[in-house]
Write a protein that binds this ligand. Sequence first.
Ligand code: BGC
Length: 450
Amino acid sequence: MSTEFPQDFLWGCATSAYQIEGSPLADGAGASIWERFAHTPGMMAGGDTGDVACDHYRRYKDDVALMKRLGMQAYRFSLAWARILPEGTGRVNTAGLDFYSRLVDELLVNGIEPIVTLYHWDLPVALDDRGGWLNRDSADWFAEYAQVAFTALDGRVKRWATLNEPWVVSDGGYLHGTIAPGHRNKYEAPIASHNLMRAHGAAVKVYREIGRQEIGLVVNIEPKYAASNQPCDVAATRRAEAYMNEQYLDPAMLGAYPPEMKEVFNGGWPMWKSDDLKLIHQPIDWLGINYYTRSVTKHDETAWPVMASSVKQKTATYTETNWEVFPQGLTDTLAWVKTRYGDIPLYITENGAAFYDPPEAANGRVRDPLRVDYLQKHLLAVLKAIRQGVNIKGYMVWSLMDNLEWSLGFAKRFGIVHINFDSLERTPKDSAHYYSRVIASHGGILEDIV
Ligand code: BGC
């Protein structure tokens, strides 16, 4: 079948540890900040927690078998730091590390390539008690943990990512308090961001000493389009772009922060040491782009502290998380990354949508036409970027299965596989069957009417 996707293009799916594993304290694991956050009354929709989640920690073999049946070629997942180093540094918990070693082996025998994220938001509480990402030592803690993971798994894992979405860690965790550790402080957010990026740089440095494969960084990009050509909307769009899309990629790829950061944090933005920027600016092998939606941006005095907010689009479809469905934004994002940061190999490390699905499958079937449509249109948007010459090496749908959507709980379903959260039964939705066919044709059926 003729197709324009590069021959080595990888089709896969993504998850993260706390969202699916359950058994967070099993086999000697330490607690993470999500354990604490989820068990604090009022923080989680419906009082949901990751105590059981999808029970993937115990059912990982079945889940790998399911991925194989669906034809997945790659699986992006994250390691829970506190399973491996219960105190965050020092003592290694072999039983925790073994879980990931078994998972990697299981993937490999099934012909699925593991893509491992070191940090998907679950800092060990022992480190949060020492100041978490506000402590400059966090870069060394992370490098120590990374070294343990690389040493154990690098022979078998070809693709590593340091951080998942540092913007969300800082914006949600330290600026607005919507995710763990739940702080709300304009002066902390830049420090957390900067230390996250120092940690990224420190881990890449360690990787260059002991790793033999590839390492990258995963960011979420939400392209900003000015709501009007009024100067205040144009300026707000620039601020929003710098704050969300450039704050992490600029130092990692260009060695400097965008100048607008000072304006955004207005007195809360420190003068960073140039040595720190050197540490952050390490050559990396690939970039992971998570894309969900765009923002049509206007000036808004009430939107602290960036003073920019999104204008609702009257005729657009919105997902259950209130995100506009806008496939063209994915093409624009991929092209923008190439223009601004150069021709580095790109993976779409997350893309997907929460639409309403019933809690139970009906006779073994879950019809999710909106998600099928979302997938098809976004994959066509990837194809469009490939046609424009962007170097795209793979696509990971978010998510393999319905899971704990952080503080929004289990009600927001992003999976292509349905989870019945009472029985934990897995049912591939229509979108999973569609994606399987796309994979089998290497993208060849994408332009067909569904
Ligand atoms: C995160 C995922 C999350 C998804 C949907 C990304 O921000 O990496 O963990 O579930 O988006 O909100």
